[in-house]
Design a binder for this molecule. Structure first.
Ligand code: SF4
Length: 349
């Protein structure tokens, strides 16, 4: 199948029916940008409700640029990879300052914005501005690796270049945005990581990976690094119907609120000593439960403990919050179980 046939077959397949996703009803660059950032590392079905809520609250580049950080992070709560939200705001501020609050209609200027890499720039350029630019995400990479039977390990500069060049050859000048969506749709619904539905595929006849019987084994990914396990004691310190939260300063989950925690420690006396060092006198009450959260490179294995403080003493980066205030704070999914315990305990105090 030549390039043009591939492109037409994929477009015809897309035109004959695809998932109805809200960002496919618009060409507004701001909306396309928000959807593409949310879709990084997150399934489309999950993104839908976040996308709509986010745009209701931050309907313009200006609104996003001026949003208080806590409110922005709260709207991102549960989506994870919070750097995306912070980069969005940085980019929005640059857009207000340098482009009158509009997204620029060229690839290089898009690429210069924080949080926008080659894929996102290609997606915005093609979908919002009709520029014939390729947008290679994991879905498209998988389709092309299988179609061309690329057996080299993906992720190296050479293979990335090869796939991007191939993708660029396929982009039609008349409907680049529809083609970008069609390729992503193929990767998400037909050419799926496990058990691709080849019999329904519009390019089955010319797919080399399928012909060779190796489609399912492609792309060949580099070996993943083993995830590091961190054992954390999460401390719910209660005092006068309030619980202590601290704002994380670390890169991972920076700007979000968590409960105080201690690494590799679960002795009650040591936990109280840790809080005393932070300036809060406590008495150990009980072990509440366990939780686990898997990040890309780390796994948190958490034991949740209840401590009763004698006074709401001030703590660096900390706040003593009521049940209502706790519900309104941006907190990561990693501490969801601990937050639920805190909500329950604050209800009964
Ligand atoms: S034939 Fe199968 S492996 Fe090849 S592109 Fe289509 S779905 Fe993917």
């Amino acid at each position: 199948m030549n390039t043009e046939n591939f492109t037409r077959s994929v477009l015809d397949w897309y035109d004959s029916g695809h998932r109805d996703l809200p960002w496919r009803h618009t060409k507004d660059p701001y909306r396309i940008w928000i959807s593409e950032i949310m879709l990084q590392q997150t399934r489309a079905e999950t993104v839908v409700s976040y996308y709509e809520r986010f745009l209701k609250r931050f309907g313009t580049v200006e609104a996003l640029a001026n949003a208080p950080e806590e409110e922005l992070l709260k709207s991102w709560e549960g989506l994870g990879y919070y750097t995306r939200a912070r980069s969005l705001q940085k980019a929005a501020r640059m857009l207000v300052r340098d482009y009158g609050g509009q997204l620029p209609a060229d690839l290089d200027s898009l690429l210069a914005l924080p949080g926008i890499g080659r894929y996102t720039a290609g997606a915005i350029a093609s979908i919002a501005f009709g520029i014939p630019a390729a947008a290679v995400d994991g879905n498209v990479e998988r389709v092309l690796c299988r179609y061309d039977a690329i057996t080299d390990i993906v992720g190296t500069p050479a293979v990335r270049k090869r796939i991007e060049e191939r993708a660029q050859q396929l982009v039609p000048t008349d409907r680049p945005g529809a083609f970008a969506n069609a390729m992503m749709e193929m990767g998400a619904t037909l050419c799926t990581p496990k058990s691709p539905k080849c019999l329904l595929c519009p390019v089955l006849d010319s797919c080399r990976g399928h012909a060779l019987g190796i489609a399912q084994d492609l792309p060949v990914k580099p070996k993943k690094k083993a995830q590091r396990i961190e054992k954390r004691a999460v401390l719910l310190c209660l005092c006068d119907a309030r619980v202590l939260v601290v704002r994380r300063e670390e890169k991972l989950l920076g700007g979000l609120y968590v409960f105080p925690d201690v690494l590799e420690q679960d002795d009650p006396a040591a936990l109280c000593a840790h809080m005393a060092q932070a300036g809060v006198q406590t008495a150990y009450d009980e072990h509440l439960g366990s939780a686990r959260h898997v990040f890309t490179h780390i796994i948190w294995e958490m034991e949740i403990h209840l401590l009763l403080a004698t006074a709401c003493a001030p703590v660096e980066n900390g706040m003593w919050v009521t049940r209502e205030e706790l519900a309104a704070l941006p907190m990561p999914t990693a501490v969801k179980a601990a937050r639920q315990w805190a909500m329950r305990r604050l209800k009964t105090t």
